[in-house]
Design a binder for this molecule. Structure first.
Ligand code: GLU
Length: 329
């Protein structure tokens, strides 16, 4: 009896509430939400001055040609005396410059806090070849713009970070043979009809500082407005918030974003070639030959393919052949 009376009382209160809302007040006006100034990521720059290197004519070279792989390869823990690899072996860890924001290539697994991805697998293979243990690695997070200096200053032994081998970069550092062939594309809002940079004249397009992508945007004849940031994830946030019309970089990086956010899509075909190499200090040619031996082993053993399937298989694209190594001897 008492329960029934309580239910009646609750119903009555609800009715009062409903009629009170409907009759007494106006709906809250949410229209002003659109006009809120959204904070921009730290370090964002619109229409940046081109980096000084881009003024110099690109030297004529084949950036995909590296130094011939070491053969035979030394067994783990037995690096040749006097070699760069022996110094790394004696130091106890391989120091690798990587990204922690690029899903599928170099990112932090939020559950384990470990770095994972296709690039991280390459680092662990090198460590395994030196130490017999893929965990003897110290990761250092580097931005796109910080990669060359990290190698020149010897802060790291290698950079494995979605890094395109270019003739301009070969002037400052060495590259391994190519371990993945990417290409630049566009990322836009799911509702957008844009399919090319040519349609983005006068519109803001985001990319990371020091990347090949920002230069391609800045050099485009349609004059899109380049907006540069430190991290690729900053571009995604700016796109999600409508602060830029599009972002543009390698399809590898963009496919990680599509996997994370169903409200964005890749649009149009690839419009550049971005062959990925492992960056190594200019002086350490022996290390380049060693790393090329590791890459050859990884293709021969099937670990390149299983790493591809693990990280990039989910994109739905059929697995490509690993790039055939090209050497300048
Ligand atoms: N692959 C391009 C580059 O090396 C873009 C990717 C990046 O910067 O991480 O500049």
């Amino acid at each position: 009896m008492r329960a029934k009376a309580n239910r009646v009382a609750v119903l009555a209160l609800l009715l009062v509430g409903v009629t009170g809302c409907a009759g007494g007040g106006r709906p809250v006006d949410l229209a002003t939400v659109d006009s809120v100034e959204r904070p921009a990521p730290v370090g964002v720059e619109e229409n940046p001055a081109p980096p000084s290197t881009s003024a110099a004519p690109a030297p004529d070279c084949d950036p995909t040609r590296s130094f011939r792989a070491l053969s035979p390869m030394p067994p783990p823990r037995q690096m040749p005396a006097g070699s760069t690899m022996k110094k790394i072996q004696d130091s106890g860890k391989l120091i690798a410059g990587v990204d922690q924001n690029t899903f599928l290539f170099g990112f932090r697994n939020p559950t384990t806090n470990a770095l994972e991805g296709f690039d991280i697998d390459r680092v662990r293979e090198i460590a395994k070849a030196i130490f017999g243990d893929g965990n003897k690695v110290q990761f250092k997070v580097v931005t796109s713009a910080g990669r060359i200096d990290a190698l020149k200053n010897k802060d790291v032994h290698v950079v494995v970070r979605t890094m395109t081998a270019t003739c301009v970069r070969w002037q400052d550092i060495n590259f391994s043979a190519i371990y993945y062939q990417a290409g630049q594309r566009l990322l836009v809002d799911r509702a957008s009809e844009v399919t090319s940079l040519g349609q983005l004249g006068g519109k803001k397009v985001c990319a990371a500082k020091g990347s090949t992508s920002i230069k391609t945007i800045a050099d485009h004849e349609a004059d899109p407005v380049p907006v540069q940031v430190d991290n690729w994830s900053d571009c995604l946030v700016m796109l999600q918030q409508g602060q830029v019309e599009a972002m543009s970089t390698d399809d590898t990086i963009l496919s990680g974003m599509v996997a994370q956010d169903p409200n964005v899509k890749m649009a149009g075909p690839r419009f550049t070639q971005e062959p990925y190499g492992i960056g190594i200090p200019k002086e350490n040619e022996d290390m380049v030959r060693f790393v090329n031996g590791v890459l050859e082993q990884s293709v021969a053993s099937g670990s390149w393919a299983s790493s591809y399937d693990r990280w990039l298989g989910r994109t739905g694209e059929p697995r490509p052949q690993p790039p055939a190594p090209k050497y300048r001897d």
